[in-house]
Design a protein around this ligand. Sequence first.
Ligand code: NIG
Ligand code: FE
Length: 380
Amino acid sequence: MTSHLVTGIGELVTHDPRFDGPLLDAALVAVDGRIAWVGPAAEAPAADRRTDLSGAAVVPGFVDSHTHLVFAGDRAAEFESRMAGTPYTGGGIATTVAATRAATDDELRTRLRSLADEARAQGTTTIEIKSGYGLDVDTEVRLLRLAREVTDETTFLGAHVVPAGIDRDDYLALVTGEMLTACAPHARWADVFCEPASPVAFDGDEARAVLVAARAVGLGLRVHGNQLGPGPGVQLAVELGAASVDHCTCLTDADVAALADGDTVATLLPGVEFSTRSPYPDARRLLDAGAEVALASDCNPGTCFSTSMPLMIALAVREMGMTIAEAVRAATLGGAHALRRDDLGHLRVGARAHLAVLDAPSHRHLAYRPGVPIARGVSL
Ligand code: NIG
Ligand code: FE
């Protein structure tokens, strides 16, 4: 048993209801990777090791609950053409699928590890990673095995799009049958891109079939929904008890009410709206209705090639009507709830001792200093 005392914390965001907001001049103790004590520096107990942060602010490590980090290839030209006015439809996913299928495990692993390191260097201490650029049995299994080398939070996204060269119904049978059976041992979650507005994604009935089959083999559920237009994704996610429905860009009043009443977290991905030049989701409307909101990066080569959770916080504050405190909460505790993890996203006693240490005196700098690398992830 090793105890580690961290002192000199100028401002500490814990999300602990015992405290009224952030603690100033704080300290914490971790024992074997868990928070054992949090409080004013003057009351800190002794410990085996000691680190002084010289006044830095600390928030819980970011929980990025939505990424697609296992892929090969480059879609910078697609991004450039989108900036010139071409709309996003999901069609570019096929480009990444072709490059990913052709890549070796080592090529995929090198890219994956460098992106995961990049995320940690910006304060992310937990990351969810989806498959979905394989779309055949062998490649989907390969992607999930690689993702598992980096995180326990792996998600089977065979139902990303219907790939070229296979009939739609045959592909649905594969994703709910042989591919699911092969992938389930390597995944905690299943996800589906439910988007009637896209020619390549899945409609409500298809998405329901995917989710029901995944649930039957013990996977938790997540949904990509309501990104490109209104659709059944949100209602389906809430009805089936999905942990999260992600994007939530185009919501009706009934969708907002369902999210407020249900247990499904609304995960907003503002990097996608930034990188597809689309209107941002209305976070204020969701929060005011009482829905739980998470922020995630959706890092992927098509719609948002950024691992930066501080960027997502800055966008949420500048563009989506969230206060800085709400955005930091959504990027930490919200992400943890979107992954149904009660040991992450806060710094109460018993939590994982995962920190984002800021080269700044206050958590406000996460939105106030956009684009500046002030956060780093630390696991004690
Ligand atoms: O979350 N919406 C579907 N999937 C990704 C985009 C994938 C891609 O374009 O490569 C997303 O935005
Ligand atoms: Fe996504």
